[in-house]
Design a protein around this ligand. Structure first.
Ligand SMILES: [Zn+2]
Length: 386
């Protein structure tokens, strides 16, 4: 059966790429930012708010959905799109990142990871094969392979062994994925057009990154992600790894930088050839009262906003900025009103998604470098404000 998934680069400007991902649930324009919908919901947002903010794809967390309400329950409801009422593209992670974050509650060996649920302490196993099965039942448009996630810093030996294991797991994930796609097994996939991305590891060691890239590309995936960055390494090191790794990736496949980052990271990594991003920063920070604006970050709880009648960001057209003052948003935050979380999140996501739209426009006009310089200049001005 022909895959419903494809990717095309429409224009380039330097290393920056304008592209289109075609998925069974619609088109995603790239470079794209994916809001994180951990439990089948982007925290504090209704789906129509996401649509209004310009989200074309969201991310779901396999670990959380597997534990609650369960991938089989979701499959019986027709898959994740139908269950949560989001008809647009969805990417799911493999669950690995959360399991590895459980620290004392998990054990890892060649077969996979054994872990205790953070909800009720029950014992579970996650293997490369079961991570593929769960995502097939969820029916996301893009599934990720299970990889081993190391904390930073890690030694070169530790990183090498872990990277090699991730390559072996990627082979097992691909074999299982192809088997399910070709009608094997009794998993019951809910999205026959699902694509699968490989993940490159290797920490901050470029020779290991190169080995990981070559081995993962040899297995063959619909797209490639750079994992294991944005975990506390110095920013210059992250940018260097991204630059060097992108050079080894095939030009006709999408490139996804996992877990990044700040607005400046998005602009600087698009400049290095990245097409896709996800990060909890805009949503998590919104709930803590930190807002991203075209004039820098602001903390809405700050006393200086107590009688500020202006919008969060005069350059933003979101509902929050059109309707409410900084003074009112500060009041909602201090009063602990739930609307503080939703209004702040709507603004931050609009800022991120609008930044991606402006990036795409600049690439198509071949003015990306000028856009980038102006963006970074205003970003540094604003960090003085906060
Ligand atoms: Zn706004």
């Amino acid at each position: 059966m022909p895959s419903a998934f494809s990717f095309a680069v429409l224009a380039t400007d330097g290393n920056a790429r304008l592209g289109e991902l075609h998925t069974p649930h619609g088109v995603v324009q790239t470079p794209a930012f994916m809001p994180v919908g951990t439990q089948g919901s982007v925290k504090a947002m209704r789906h129509r708010d996401l649509e209004e903010a310009g989200a074309q794809i969201i991310l779901g967390n396999t670990y959380h959905l597997y534990l609650r309400p369960g991938d089989e329950l979701i499959a019986r409801r027709g898959g994740l799109h139908r269950f949560i009422g989001w008809p647009h593209p969805i990417l799911t992670d493999s669950g690995g990142y959360q399991v590895f974050s459980l620290a004392e509650r998990r054990k890892i060996d060649e077969q996979g990871a054994e872990f205790r649920s953070h909800l009720d302490g029950s014992l579970h196993r996650l293997s490369p094969e079961s991570a593929v099965d769960i995502q097939a039942r969820l029916g996301s448009d893009i599934a990720m392979v299970l990889d081993e996630c190391l904390a930073y810093p890690a030694s070169r030996d530790e990183t090498a062994h872990s990277m090699e294991r991730s390559v072996r797991w990627a082979e097992r994930c691909r074999a299982r994925f192809v088997d399910i796609r070709d009608g094997g097994g009794d998993v019951g996939p809910t999205n026959p057009g699902q694509a699968q991305f490989g993940i490159l590891q290797g920490g901050v060691f470029q020779d290991l990154r190169d080995q990981s890239a070559d081995a993962t590309i040899a297995i063959g995936f619909e797209g490639y992600a750079i994992g294991g960055l944005s975990v506390g390494e110095p920013i210059d090191l992250m940018y260097a790894v991204v630059s060097d790794t992108v050079r080894r990736l095939p030009t006709d496949r999408p490139r996804y930088l996992m877990g990044a980052g700040t607005p400046e990271d998005l602009v600087d990594c698009v400049a290095r050839g990245i097409d896709m991003f996800d990060c909890v920063l805009p949503t998590r920070n919104a709930r803590n009262g930190q807002l991203f604006t075209s004039e820098g970050r602001i903390n809405i709880k700050n006393a200086r906003y107590a009688e500020d009648d202006g919008p969060v960001d005069p350059a933003c057209g979101c509902y929050t900025c059109r309707t409410h003052s900084r003074a009112y948003l500060r009041h909602l935050y201090l009063a602990g009103e739930m609307t503080a979380g939703s209004l702040n999140t709507l603004h931050n996501l609009t800022f991120y998604l609008d930044t991606m739209r402006r990036i795409r426009e600049a690439i198509s006009l071949r003015t990306f470098d000028k856009f980038r310089q102006e963006f970074l200049r205003s970003a540094s001005r604003l960090s003085l404000n906060s």
